[in-house]
Design a binder for this molecule. Structure first.
Ligand SMILES: CC(=O)SCCNC(=O)CCNC(=O)[C@H](O)C(C)(C)COP(=O)(O)OP(=O)(O)OC[C@H]1O[C@@H](n2cnc3c(N)ncnc32)[C@H](O)[C@@H]1OP(=O)(O)O
Ligand SMILES: CC(=O)C(=O)O
Length: 538
């Protein structure tokens, strides 16, 4: 059985709180969805705003490989001739091959929201679908609140579908608009609907009861051949059915013909693109496409995964373009350590006592407040240390830092730093002394220290100029100790090519930050040398 995917990220997804796609964003998302193999793209509601009109203008000249563009609207207004309905006339100007119309199924909505009669609503549905059939290849009818309408007045809800079918709708999409329906109700209601209409059925589920994906899948099991949803489940209130789950479930679990199986590999990137453009952080534990959807932390899990990934993975992450992550923490076993050492490119015998020693050290440090997830660079330095592979690029001799505040002026900080590098490094660069003693200012003490230490070390290691501190997080670990509490500082750095995290722990926030800063720079120097060696070898 073949299932058509109808994406409404650009219309219903844009109804998510805080989301506003630009025209350029919409076009980029359309291209990505076309590449993914989605069949329909609902680009917006032309009667709503000029940006949506501009989108339909912009895509007129575009040749999509897979998707058909759909423009969305309501049925005509009550007691208005269709030729005089502004919304419908604007819709026609979009000149899309598909029009999607939502109409009322629930008597409550007809009477309270539309403030018209049940009879007039049926005429609105009939007039709109039959009229639009003259202008488009396909007219899709979205039966808004169908399940609530069915529960309130079954006869009437079914009648609205029959009218849309008689008017020529190519697909009748049953919408769980308020997202309050449960999977068993969807099944029972669709079973009944099939006895009354012959047109292909679709499903449009909202996630207010956290079952939008489940509702979509049961609808397909009951015969729906058209599934609507959004990337990352974006949408008003709690969102829509998440196509990043719906699609792989249909393809990989239910074995249905949906999009080509090899295209699933693009799903991870599409999900990240939409997250980026929507300005909403990508949810890390989102099924299939979350960064941590295949992240293994518990030692028992990692041990088993190494023996056979099927033990703790429901699918091969690469099928959806994702990847496996093994983390390091106090919950690790030797398998996590071995796996990470391998990832770092070090050779180690599986039975080496070093593995247990490293594991013990991690557990001790995490008990003191260290946290190596997110600080993989600090973990690598620890491993290097214990394997005798940590190079001493510099030696820290001392620092001072003070914060100055005069009257009403903004405060600022000053730091001085003393470092020493190996003699041969200084000589190679033509410096008489292997020492450097520098000072710098910053808005706060950590910025002043960061600037001062960089200034000191850049003299000997110019590549450090590329390194930037991109994130700085502080966590107080034992608040009850008041101002003596232990502080954990996590720093994220980047050199434009890579990102890495380091951690420092101390009752003194400056010292914790200092440790994390120094490790960040040291890690960068290790990576630069490794890269140079690889380049020479290749
Ligand atoms: C379930 C869904 O997701 S439906 C899509 C919801 N999305 C949106 O609303 C986003 C885009 N909306 C908009 O830009 C605006 O609401 C517009 C342009 C559509 C309408 O704006 P306005 O004319 O100012 O009306 P307003 O938004 O206050 O009220 C909605 C109107 O639509 C009417 N309406 C609602 N559903 C339907 C329908 N299926 N058929 C016809 N009219 C409808 C309401 O009766 C109301 O009209 P009235 O005030 O004349 O009675
Ligand atoms: C059509 C639509 O968006 C809904 O009923 O939720």
């Amino acid at each position: 059985m073949s299932i058509k995917v109808y994406d409404t990220t650009l219309r219903d997804g844009a109804q998510a709180f805080g989301v506003s796609f630009s025209l350029e964003d919409k076009i980029r998302i359309a291209e990505a969805l076309d590449d993914l193999g989605v069949h329909y793209l609902e680009g917006g509601w032309p009667g709503s705003n000029p940006k949506d009109i501009a989108f339909f203008e912009a895509v007129k000249g575009m040749n999509f490989k897979n998707l058909k563009v759909a423009a969305f609207s309501s049925t005509r207004r009550p007691d208005v001739k269709i030729e005089e309905d502004a919304n419908i006339q604007t819709l026609i100007k979009a000149e899309t091959p598909v029009y999607t119309i939502f109409g009322k199924s629930w008597d409550l909505h007809v009477e309270k929201a539309l403030r018209t009669t049940l009879e007039e609503n049926l005429k609105m549905i009939y007039d709109t679908v039959s009229y639009l059939k003259r202008f488009a290849d396909e007219v899709i009818y979205d039966a808004e609140h169908f399940f609530d309408g069915y529960k309130a007045n079954r006869e009437y809800a079914l009648k609205t579908l029959k009218v849309a079918e008689e008017a020529g709708a190519d697909c009748l999409v049953l919408a769980d608009t308020n997202g309050g329906t449960l999977p068993h109700e969807i099944e029972e209601i669709i079973e009944d609907v099939k006895k009354h209409v012959k047109a292909p059925l679709g499903i449009h589920a909202h996630n207010d009861s956290d079952v939008a994906v489940a509702n979509t899948l049961v609808a397909v099991r009951k015969g729906a051949v058209h599934v609507q949803g959004t990337i990352n489940g974006l949408g008003e209130r709690c969102g829509n059915a998440n196509l990043c789950s719906v699609i792989p479930n249909l393809v990989l679990k239910m074995g249905l013909e949906v999009i080509p199986k090899e295209n699933l590999k693009k799903l991870f990137d599409v999900a990240h693109l939409v997250a980026e453009l929507s300005g909403r952080p990508h949810i890390e534990n989102m099924p299939y496409v979350g960064d941590y959807a295949f992240a293994h932390k518990g030692g028992v899990h990692v041990s088993a995964i190494k023996r056979d990934p099927r033990t703790y993975e429901h699918i091969d992450p690469e099928l959806v373009g994702n990847r496996r992550i093994i983390s390091i923490s106090e919950l690790s076993g030797k398998s996590n350590v071995l796996e990470k050492i391998k990832e770092m490119g070090f050779e180690i015998d599986e039975s080496s006592p070093k593995v247990r020693e490293i594991l013990k050290k991690i557990k001790e440090l995490e008990a003191q407040g260290y946290h190596f997830e997110g600080a993989e660079a600090s973990f690598e330095l620890l491993v290097r240390d214990m394997l005798g592979k940590r190079k001493k690029y510099f030696e820290f001799l001392g620092f001072t830092v003070m914060t100055i505040k005069n009257r009403d002026e903004e405060s600022f900080s000053e730091a001085t730093v003393k470092v020493r590098v190996p003699d041969e490094v200084a000589k190679r660069l033509g410096h008489d002394e292997p020492f450097e003693h520098t000072a710098a200012e910053g808005e706060g003490p950590v910025e002043a220290l960061d600037r001062a230490v960089r200034k000191a070390l850049e003299k000997f290691y110019p590549s450090l100029k590329d390194t930037k501190l991109t994130d700085y997080k502080v966590r107080i670990l034992n608040e009850q100790a008041g101002t003596k509490a232990t502080t954990r500082v996590l720093i994220e750095s980047s050199d434009g090519k890579r990102r890495w995290g380091t951690v420092g722990v101390s009752p003194n926030i400056i010292e914790a930050s200092w440790t994390a800063l120094l490790e960040s720079l040291e890690y960068k120097l290790h990576k630069d040398e490794e890269e140079m060696r690889n380049d020479e070898e290749n």
